[in-house]
Design a binder for this molecule. Structure first.
Ligand SMILES: Nc1ncnc2c1ncn2[C@@H]1O[C@H](COP(=O)(O)OP(=O)(O)O)[C@@H](O)[C@H]1O
Ligand SMILES: [Mg+2]
Length: 390
């Protein structure tokens, strides 16, 4: 009978089922067949654990966990350094099984080319098929470090639930760079067509308002997810956005009003921005603030361990929020995230990941860091660019 309710099949959380590396970092060749369970990689320093999760991060949009260029990842060691490199993956996604190949362009080795089922892939498509949330040792200093790092982290969290965010950010940056080039010329006394500046500022305002709106919406979802979660091994955070457009949206302005205000602010700030060499106001200067709820302290004032637990809690909550809103969890990459967790927190982490039913990729130096996963994960010993099931 048409319309009868059969079993509702939720979109599967993305999971890599095969991963092949060729001439990638310290892997001459690797061919892994996997299932949808989390993947725990353990082995000594320098074995290739981060390299492997970097390859996984190449399935999503952008330049991966190390923000590396195409030339950096080409295998350069050994008797026969590779002239080209490639990452090939087969994966289950919301669109079913897909294959993804990314690697150096033979005609232009400094460029990376990505093909999805044999056709050129856009960043937006990759973001939709492979939403990702990752934490690396870099994020250990997230709360006390530079604002720009927090903004990147925030935008990655947003992107995991809003694939269009990447396109808006690229378009905003491009308009911003072009406007600055014109302002620099003005500053040098050259003549510049004001209509051209108006157009670029309109672009910045349009994409900037979209960026801010996506952040405000994602943060509200994330905070709701945090608030709804039972108390766990990971502390709860109270989050806030500190940004000129985000503040307007939070105070009830529409996106259109925020956009108009920003276009006006850019126009009246031309001389100042020209002298400064950069735009002094806008969503590229937004900051993410977090407080440790239990301690009622800003995150930056918490102990190193508390700061790490906070950021891990955020990553897990965002994965949960994305799963709740889209039915599928993102790929979770946690590089060295359990190194400093006590046994109870490691158990809490395994529980949280298994409950997400996400294919998380975890790394650590000892197999024992992942015993809490038991048969719930696939365990691999990594050693000198090889992987062996354990
Ligand atoms: N382009 C490259 N070619 C060959 N080896 C590389 C390349 N980039 C990094 N490596 C090597 O990969 C090794 C493993 O790195 P990594 O994955 O970070 O180790 P870990 O297991 O500690 O995470 C390092 O010894 C590094 O020198
Ligand atoms: Mg590493």
């Amino acid at each position: 009978m048409i319309g009868a309710s059969g079993p509702v099949s939720a979109p599967a959380s993305p999971a890599v089922t095969r991963l092949k590396l060729t001439g990638f970092r310290n892997y001459a060749r690797l061919d892994l067949t996997l299932d949808a369970r989390p993947v725990a990689l353990f082995g000594p320093n320098g074995a290739g654990k981060t390299n492997l999760v970097e390859a996984v991060s190449f399935l999503g949009p952008g330049r991966g966990v190390r923000a590396a260029g195409a030339e950096a990842v080409r295998m350069k060691t050994g008797g026969a350094p590779a002239s080209v490199w490639a990452v090939y993956a087969e994966a289950m996604t919301r669109d079913g099984a897909v294959s993804l190949a990314t690697g150096s362009d033979p005609a232009e080795p400094s460029r990376r080319r990505t093909r999805l089922d044999g056709a050129a892939a856009t960043q937006g498509e990759l973001a939709r098929l492979f939403p990702m949330v990752w934490l690396t040792p870099r994020e250990d200093r997230l709360w006390a470090g530079p604002r720009a790092d927090r903004l990147k982290f925030l935008d990655r969290l947003v992107l995991a639930g809003a694939p269009d965010h990447a396109g808006a950010a690229l378009a905003y940056d491009k308009a911003q760079r072009e406007r600055q080039r014109l302002l620099d010329r003005l500053d040098e006394g050259a003549r510049v067509d004001p209509a051209w500046l108006d157009a670029l500022e309109a672009e910045m305002a349009r994409h900037g308002a979209a960026l801010a709106a996506a952040r405000v919406e994602a943060l509200a979802r994330l905070q709701a997810e945090i608030d709804a979660r039972p108390d766990s091994a990971f502390p709860k955070a109270d989050l806030a956005l500190d940004g000129v457009l985000e503040a307007r949206l939070a105070h009830g302005h529409t996106a259109g009003e925020a956009e108009d205000w920003f276009a006006g602010a850019l126009k009246s700030g031309r001389r100042r921005d020209g002298a400064a060499g950069r735009a002094l106001t806008g969503p590229h200067r937004t900051d993410l603030a977090a407080r440790h709820r239990g301690k009622d302290q800003p995150a930056a004032d918490c102990s190193t361990g508390e700061q790490k637990a906070l950021v891990l809690g955020l990553a897990l909550a965002q994965a949960g929020a994305v799963r709740r809103s889209q039915g599928a969890a993102p790929v979770l990459i946690l590089d060295e995230a359990c190194a400093h967790l006590d046994a109870a927190r490691r158990e809490g982490l395994a529980e949280a990941i298994l409950a997400l039913e996400a294919q998380a990729w975890l790394t650590g130096v000892e197999a024992s860091l992942f015993t809490a996963f038991g048969a719930g994960a696939q365990h691999y010993r990594i050693e000198a660019g090889t992987a062996e099931g354990a």
